[in-house]
Design a protein around this ligand. Sequence first.
Ligand code: FAD
Ligand code: NDP
Length: 606
Amino acid sequence: MRWIGLTTRLLWSACSPKIRRVSTMAPIMDKVDSLVQANKVMIFSKSFCPFCNKVKSLFERHNAAFLALELDLMGEEGVSIQEALFAKTNQTTVPNVFVNGHHVGGCDATVIASKEGKLKELLEGGPKEYDYDLAIIGGGSGGIAASKEAAALGKKVVVFDFVKPTPIGTTWGLGGTCVNVGCIPKKLMHKAALFGEDFHDAPYFGWQLPEQVNHNWNKMVEEIQMYLKSLNFGYRTVLREKGVTYVNSYATFKEPNRLQAVDKKGKVTEVTARNFIVAVGGRPRYPEIPGAKEHCITSDDLFSLPYCPGKTLLVGASYIALECAGFLHGVGLDVSVMVRSIFLRGFDQQMANLIGDHMESRGIKFVRGCVPTSVEKIEEGAPGLLKVTGKMDDGTEYVENFNTVIFAIGRDACTQSLNLEAMGVKLNASNGKIIADEGEKSTSGHIHAIGDVLDGKLELTPVAIQAGKLLVRRLYTTSEALTDYANVPTTVFTPLEYGCVGLSEEDALAKYGAENIEVYHTHFQPLEYALSKRDQFKSYGKLVCVKNENYRVVGFHVLGPNAGEITQGYALGIKLGATKADFANLIGIHPTCAEETVKLHLLANL
Ligand code: FAD
Ligand code: NDP
């Protein structure tokens, strides 16, 4: 590496000069051209310029030798060279970078070329031609957000999205899990269930309702599916408007920069791209027991089920099982939940048990300490009748008949047939998820992963969207902003919603030690339940604080109506480092449930 400086006299007070017109530029231009031709990496620089130092460090990181000509140390000749550079590149500033004779540009352009992989190609001989700058596999929450962002930055983008039918043949349109078989239909069915509660309370407010208010499953499904179709259409339209190519085919890697994709008619497409984002999400897991795939369904089928599921068993005790159990019971069905161990693993267990207690008090049955061993069809129909056999923890057999069995026992990453490992992408062998660095870069530098397929990260829509947007900004601009996976708020939409942000009490105790943790609580009665005396004092809030950090709140938990709406706002405070005193000093909005969290007490004071 040679850095050249011919004189120590500073001629320029800034990196960007005022360019003077000169008539005798030819010999200087020849000099510039020969420097560019002679040096694989040629940096026209100034010794005091921080941006020049940044690109020098960048080439050092690429292990690429460069010649840096310090124009400020070259007297009049430096001025003339800068004028010649302006004539050649239309760039007034330094650094002015050339690689293998190609003009890269200034600091930002060089940094972006490095992030995008173009610099590596230039250093290896020349830019390669690809069909697309960016190919995205998966048109769900993460993939669509990333594609729109990249297109807005002027990149040529293709998105592959394909839904493999479920064992009973359910399929859906563009938009991924959240839109079609996740958050959106789930929240709408949750709303359907909440109506039932309102009908229960309404007479106390003077409403005269018929004795029996019936729910029509098919009408609900029809309306929800119509709405989802409009969202599918909206996604296709927005991609077209943004200039993103959408291909409804199943993509796999054929070569490191080449995808092969097959559509439902078997038509094969191949495309090349410089960079890739894998955003394929996950699909529900089935247990390896007789009758599981033949007779049972998952959340992928439930939201478009063309008949009322009737008496239903949910297997699993996390987000999906509890939410589905909640709304199915709320629309009037007989619902049981088979719980292998605990409720809501990973969540605050006091809150999880309060949710369980509340659901049980409403009439949802829990079969605790049990796993299914077989499912047998005993009657055809829609729904038919299924005989479920299970094994209890104490070794005894569980047998019960249900119309519908829904498995919600976790989701598998859709990486099995992507051919990722052959491309150098490391997967977590235990769950098939993609291992990536803090910038979502896999072990193969031009392949990134976002959303549910990313190992060790939260499986939530806003997380996938944020990761997609920030990744694209880092790839194609000078942005270095990483997705912050800490303190992500979330809500479980059970009949009483549970919202939280930060640590569970268990995790806080493990992280900070019992002597450093203080927990504040409140049981409260939402005013809206007061007349009907429904769910008296079942709503609950708690703050988990770190004593030796000025009682900073590291965990916020609330169980009650509209917990999602409440938690979103408080999440900002937690992210900004709010303390218990900040909560106590905050004036509440009266009368709301949200105000309860500003008046929490030590348990002893309740
Ligand atoms: P996805 O949205 O799953 O998109 C991946 C897409 O890639 C899919 O369309 C898939 O078919 C496609 N694909 C897969 N392989 C290929 C391939 N080889 N070629 C082409 N296409 C392919 N999150 C929340 O934040 N709030 C909620 O309330 C919430 N509720 C949920 C309820 C349920 C029942 C479920 C199942 C999930 C819920 N989630 C919720 C989670 C949320 O849906 C996911 O975190 C989110 O959809 C993940 O987005 P993604 O982009 O990673 O993947
Ligand atoms: P999870 O992986 O969170 O939970 C799986 C559940 O199934 C656990 O209760 C587990 O029990 C149980 N289980 C696993 N295997 C078996 C088995 N063989 N027999 C019986 N029970 C079993 O999966 P989910 O499907 O509920 O959720 C997936 C993700 O989707 C969540 O992590 C969440 O990020 C996202 N999501 C978000 C929602 C929201 O934001 N409101 C709503 C729904 C989903 P055990 O504890 O014993 O292992």
